[in-house]
Design a protein around this ligand. Structure first.
Ligand code: TYD
Length: 206
């Protein structure tokens, strides 16, 4: 079935690293080339994702394992309902966060990142490229508006430092580590060029 697939691209990084902007940039540029693109984000906007956000806003704090389970349910749903069908239709799927966020964030809460990776890879397709935008925890926090800071529970500086460290440690053939302090267009160019090269290699673009 592999040859039927489209392309799965993941953009990761701590909050404030600019990944959402880059995911949008990339989608826009690829669409301009006439390619069929879908952008998805995790946590999603559906049932489990809404639950995750509601929990983050409430005063109830989940233990790491419970938190992990919620993200896994949300992802299972996303994989089944959106990611796999789009890939089977040869679409380019751009994901704003995926299981590398789980490795980093729930890893930073004490769960072994390699275990997190293993349970995700049992059901979630492996991406063709993972772009990780690196930024220090303090810079990430300073880029987030006061309102969002209150909204997102998972972000204290010490915790985010651990998250950033795990993102730094991720290695593999399809990983591209980028310095998020570069300008947005510069980062956009780097990502775009790499994706174009991949599309050509996979014969999804001539
Ligand atoms: P975020 O991308 O900031 O979504 P939004 O902008 O819609 O709030 O993600 C929300 C938080 O969820 C973020 O702090 C990272 C965290 N997160 C995890 O802890 N584990 C995961 O597996 C994912 C996907 C996100």
């Amino acid at each position: 079935m592999r040859e039927k697939r489209g392309l799965l691209i993941v953009i990761e990084g701590i909050d404030g690293s600019g990944k959402t902007t880059q995911a949008r940039f990339l989608a826009r540029k690829l669409k301009k080339l006439g390619l069929s693109v879908i952008t998805l984000r995790e946590p999603t906007r559906s049932r489990w994702g809404r639950k995750i956000r509601a929990m983050a806003r409430s005063k109830i704090s989940l233990d790491p394992q419970e938190e992990l389970e919620l993200f896994l349910r949300d992802r299972e749903d996303n994989v089944k309902r959106h990611i796999l069908p789009a890939l089977n239709q040869k679409k380019i799927v751009i994901l704003d966060r995926y299981y590398f966020s789980t490795m980093a964030y729930q890893g930073a809460r004490g769960i072994d990142p390699l275990y997190i990776r293993k349970i995700n890879e049992a059901f979630a397709p492996k991406p063709d490229a993972v772009f990780i935008l690196h930024l220090s925890a303090s810079e990430g926090l300073s880029r987030i508006s006061h309102r969002r800071k209150k909204d997102i529970l998972f972000e204290q500086e010490r915790y985010l430092e651990k998250v950033a460290e795990i993102f730094q440690s991720l290695k593999g053939r399809n990983f591209y580590h980028l310095d998020a302090t570069q300008s947005k267009p510069q980062i956009g160019e780097l990502i775009f060029n790499r994706v174009i090269a991949l599309l050509k290699k996979k014969k999804l673009l001539s």
